[in-house]
Design a protein around this ligand. Structure first.
Ligand code: DHB
Ligand code: FE
Length: 281
């Protein structure tokens, strides 16, 4: 049986790709953000995942307003990467793990999550940056990207997203493979990029949310999507990726979780950045 070894929640911001390309990791603006990652990389060097399931939100690259799946799962042999025009260099394609993709799709549909199946899927900074931050060299893992709509209303609730995550965790646990699987939630934390509240950041909520991931992972499911947008900003609702990630860890066969490392820094660009690594124990 496959082993779900743990999960990582992290923010994604296109400017991070620019900072990596320009080697600005120790620049005073970037240092408090990048310094969060070495302890997580050390853990990954011993935890040695083979496959990563990435809950991410597309930003209009792969799906646009005319066709907007609520939940979609990649089942491609590889995923072409593409920029949003903010200066990130084009990265090589990300290798897929099709056997796990199809297993997850089958199990989700069986559990009445009627997902869109994508035998082609482009990926943007929400997938490429976490991989680059966790493995700065060549990417040693295969991925299964799972996309959750945070672009156009209606969005799935935190409760539904947590349930999706649980179903994915059960699927990973039941996967007939000797692979070691990590789950990533890529998005958030609080940020609003446009409108009158542009620049909105809610540190108090972010920190409470991060600590709930350890003490009470279903805490956030009490809030509606509109309440989450009110608290965290229009793009802060990307924290749903963390919610799915945590649901997967809860249902992935572990009896508990241990915090490996966390970091919180505001702002990078207009965004509050969070990092949380949890080990399944
Ligand atoms: C920024 C944050 C995001 O989540 C995103 O997808 C794009 C940009 C930002 O803060 O610049
Ligand atoms: Fe985003």
């Amino acid at each position: 049986m496959a082993k779900l070894i743990g999960s990582i929640g992290t923010s994604h911001i296109p400017a991070i790709g620019g900072a990596i390309a320009k080697n600005l990791q120790q620049d005073p603006y970037w240092k408090p953000f990048f310094n969060g990652f070495p302890p997580v990389r050390d853990w990954l060097a011993t935890a040695r995942p083979d496959v990563v399931v990435v809950f991410h939100n597309d930003h209009g690259l792969n799906f646009f307003l005319d066709k907007m799946p609520t939940f979609s799962v990649g089942a491609a042999p590889q995923y072409q990467t593409a920029d949003e025009g903010w200066g990130i260099p084009t990265l090589p394609p990300v290798p897929g793990q099709q056997d796990l993709s199809w297993h997850v799709i089958n199990m989700l549909v069986e559990q009445e999550f009627d997902v869109v199946t994508c035998q082609e899927m482009l990926v943007d900074h929400a997938v490429t940056l976490p991989l680059k931050l966790l493995w700065p060299g060549d990417c040693p893992v295969q991925v299964v990207p799972i996309c959750i709509n945070t672009v156009q209303l209606p969005l799935p609730s935190a409760r539904r997203t947590y349930a999706l995550g649980r179903a994915v965790g059960e699927a990973i646990h039941a996967w007939n493979s000797d692979k070691r699987v990590l789950v990533i939630g890529s998005g958030g934390l609080s940020h609003q990029l446009d409108g009158e509240r542009a620049g909105h950041i809610n540190k108090e909520f972010d920190l409470q949310f991060m600590s709930s991931m350890l003490s009470n992972p279903e805490w956030v499911t009490q809030f509606s999507v509109h309440e989450l947008v009110e608290k965290t900003g229009t793009q802060g609702v990307e924290l749903l990726m963390w919610v799915a990630m945590r649901g997967a860890l809860s249902a992935g066969g572990a009896s508990g979780v241990r915090k490996v490392h966390s970091n919180y820094h505001i702002p990078i660009s207009n965004t509050a950045t969070g990092l949380l690594a949890l080990e399944a124990v």
